[in-house]
Design a protein around this ligand. Structure first.
Ligand code: BGC
Length: 765
């Protein structure tokens, strides 16, 4: 009450100042009188339900204003309705941190000095944590950064399924399994949106490679689409309640995904009941008629050169701008369809910008750094640890530590495409290691190899000078000599954010490590018994030296806290508990999209009809990731779900609460898991289901549950999974619905896709 009275007094005071001003000669329009709340227009009254406000605002908008909100007015923003006081919509990448401000019409950073952010771990790392709470923390934290920076929408998270290890953008996604990605995306979306900032789940759908990303027409059967490529999007929409979704660049059924009737109208808005706004990927729209009719709501980035390339104002010439207005005026387009788009945009604005109750956010806070470090360390995967090489116990026997490799020093938050960031700080692995052992051990560094010394993206520069003119032989010789004198050797290599590595707009050329790193690792392995290889990447890499290296750590792109998180694991501050969200194959030809070697399957074949379109057939069908390796009995280098700990876990015997399950019932499978080692640790207990007999082909087993359990030494916990019909179903393309056939199923409790610990059968009646 007090607060209200004060505000009213202030308002009255201001009004009398205005009155005096006009009395002194300024001819102002009469000041607006304070209005009773019953007179506040409905759309401004936040006590009214959103749908009422949407209808009210819509009814006040002109045709021109309606069309204007359906397309961009700058690189990253679309107009609101100035006349009505409805704010602009500001987008930002996404998905690992808040992108630096760019110029109005250009990709280049604007050069602000207050737009540095915290870089959170790449989504591959988040997925590798297999921890839903970590995902919620991630979403809340990045949402707070976006809110503080006054953004309406974060362009992320990405949930395109890991179909091939060559995809340059896999690092921005959540791995190869639809169940894991679906479970992990939901809390991220909820966390972001709890800040009154919209998540924009991308890239919907079938954007599984970067090469020819605008011209590839994906040919995939319905069952594969529904079982593999859609579930994470569906969960983000239906369970996460995502307010926006970004349509992809590629084509499907011969329509661009941004203007795709099947994906947008039939599935997303039809079957799933999505009530939010569909945003185009930047420059993903190519024509007006389909942009109008097929479910797109907001067009962005069409002419990325902005004004310099535009006729008068490039934005007026967007497919959903003047061409749309003309179609409406001449009666070729219906206003009802336009109204649907506008309602969705207004809904977005009321949920975000015009939600007066949303929090204020925060930027570069200690909490955000702590979250980044915690999630980073939780996602790191201990792939191999012979002779308990790790953790490194800094004592008399490990006084000298040699760190080798470009990725130990190279900033990884700059580069990679649209997810590139301008960070307030980034701890390199070398700095993290030095800090962790300061005063207790000596750390020396050798370069080992030169990869890509450059470090610039859209005007953001790392400022590092990584040039080194020495020959590969000289670099190896230096590292080997230093290794002979070291107690431990930590090689930090992998991929980076340059083109043809983990980077947008290009795919990798092969599975191998680049820059001759294999040679360096082999040479180090020959002289050091205590060699640790830390692979920094968002993708699987080949490891021909796997038998010669005792300890291997998968470290991903971890962001601002990379060095701290890596050191936490290497020196045992954190007991690793990450598990791979994708399979590491021995060689590329072992993997599903490459096994046939057929270019129809990857990267697609030009039609040869003069059009730029390539057709690509997902002939591996549902056999993506471990579904393929399992079913074809191909031994991976490291399996999906694999990850070691510094302690050991013993699994008991799986038991089912019943022998049978009814179509609408459920049963519980339980198992005891015991920490049999001497350290506290966490284990990701995985549930896979096998359909023993079915009228259609089914993979050997499929992930249908997981729980991450923390256990003190000696502690036992019972892990329970509820199994209902959905976990037993496949998508029947003919009937266009999920079907579970009666019969016997097996529930496997596993520590990895290739490490089943106990199984139990049950029957679906
Ligand atoms: C990317 C999107 C990104 C957008 C805006 C596009 O090139 O594919 O993921 O959000 O640019 O930067």
């Amino acid at each position: 009450m007090k607060k209200l009275a004060f505000s009213a007094a202030l308002l009255l005071g201001l009004l009398s100042v205005a009155a005096e001003t006009s009395a002194q000669g300024f001819h102002a329009r009469p000041p607006k009188q304070p209005v009773a709340s019953s007179q506040v227009p409905v759309y401004l009254n936040d006590r009214k339900p959103i749908e009422e406000r949407v209808e009210d605002a819509l009814s006040r908008m002109t045709l021109e204003e309606k069309v204007a909100v359906c397309h961009a007015q700058s690189k990253f923003c679309s107009p609101g309705v100035k006349r009505l006081g409805i704010p602009e919509v500001w987008m930002t990448d996404g998905p690992h941190g808040i992108r630096p401000e760019v110029k109005w019409d250009e990709w280049d950073q604007a050069g602000w000095t207050n737009d540095s952010c915290v870089a959170f771990p790449a989504l591959t790392c988040l997925a590798a944590s297999w921890n839903r709470e970590a995902s919620l923390l991630y979403g809340i934290s990045i949402g707070e950064e976006a809110r503080y920076r006054n953004k309406t929408v974060i362009l992320g998270p990405g949930v395109n399924i890991y179909r091939t290890p060559l995809n340059g953008r896999n690092f921005e996604y959540m791995g190869e399994d639809p169940y894991l990605a679906a479970e992990m995306v939901v809390p991220y979306v909820q966390g972001v949106q709890s800040n009154g900032v919209a998540a924009c789940v991308k890239h919907y759908a079938l954007n599984n490679q970067e090469i020819n990303r605008h011209t590839t027409n994906v040919i995939v059967d319905d069952r594969t689409l529904y079982e593999i490529y859609l579930p994470a999007f569906k969960a983000a929409v239906q369970e996460g309640g995502a307010w926006t979704i970004m349509a992809a660049y590629n084509r499907y059924k011969d329509q661009h995904a941004c203007t795709n009737k099947y994906l947008l109208l039939d599935i997303l808005k039809g079957e799933w009941g999505f009530d939010g706004a569909v945003v185009s990927d930047w420059g993903g729209v190519h024509e007006t008629p389909q942009a109008i009719t097929n479910g797109l709501d907001m067009e962005f980035g069409s002419w990325t050169d902005g004004l310099t390339n535009g006729v008068s104002n490039a934005y007026d010439n967007y497919y959903l701008a003047n061409p749309y207005l003309n179609a409406l005026r001449s009666g070729k387009a219906s206003e009802e369809v336009l109204n649907d788009k506008v309602r969705r945009v207004l809904r977005l604005i009321f949920r975000t910008e015009m939600n007066r109750r949303r929090p204020w956010g925060s930027l570069c806070s200690d909490e955000h750094y702590q979250a980044a470090r915690r999630i980073g360390a939780e996602g790191i995967v201990l792939l191999q640890n012979k002779n308990n090489t790790l953790p490194i116990n800094v004592d008399e026997a490990s006084k000298k530590i040699l760190v080798v490799g470009e990725n130990a020093i190279k900033m990884m938050t700059v580069g990679g495409g649209s997810s590139s960031l301008k960070v307030q700080r980034e701890i390199s692995p070398l700095d993290g290691i030095r800090e962790a052992v300061a005063g207790r051990a000596e750390v020396v560094y050798a370069r080992g190899y030169v990869g890509d010394p450059s470090g610039e993206y859209n005007g953001v520069v790392t400022g590092q000078n990584l040039n080194d003119d020495r020959t590969p032989e000289a670099l190896i010789a230096e590292a080997v000599e230093a290794a002979r004198a070291a107690d431990y050797v930590i090689f930090v290599g992998g991929l980076n954010k340059s083109a043809h590595q983990d980077c947008e707009d290009s795919d990798r050329a092969g599975l191998e490590l680049p820059y001759g790193q294999d040679r360096v690792i082999e040479a180090l392995a020959a002289v050091s018994k205590n060699l640790v290889v830390v692979n920094v990447s968002g993708n699987a890499v080949a490891m021909p030296w796997v038998k010669k290296v005792p300890a291997i750590v998968q470290a991903w792109f971890i962001g601002s806290e990379a060095g701290h998180a890596i050191a936490d694991v290497l020196f045992g501050e954190v007991n690793p508990s990450g598990k791979l969200p994708m399979t590491f194959p021995v060689k590329l030809s072992d993997s599903p999209a490459h096994a046939s070697g057929d270019v129809n399957q990857y990267p697609g074949v030009p039609r040869g009809d003069g059009s730029p379109i390539l057709d690509e057939k997902y002939t591996e069908g549902i056999y993506v990731g471990y579904r393929w390796y399992d079913t074809k009995k191909i031994r991976p280098l490291f399996a999906f779900g694999h990850g070691l700990s510094y302690t050991t876990f013993k699994y008991g015997k799986a038991t089912a609460s019943a022998k049978t399950i009814n179509a609408d019932g459920s049963l519980t499978v339980s198992i005891d898991v015991t920490n049999t080692g001497s350290r506290a640790g966490a284990e990701v207990v995985q549930l896979y289901i096998t359909d023993k007999k079915c009228t259609v082909d089914r993979p050997t087993k499929e992930l249908k549950g997981f729980e991450k359990v923390s256990l003190a030494p000696g502690e036992t916990k019972t892990v329970k999974f509820t199994i209902a019909k959905q976990a037993l179903s496949f998508f029947d393309a003919t009937a266009h619905k999920w079907v579970a056939e009666p019969g016997v199923f097996t529930a496997h409790i596993a520590a990895a896709a290739d490490d089943v610990r106990s199984s139990v059968d049950f029957e679906l009646k």
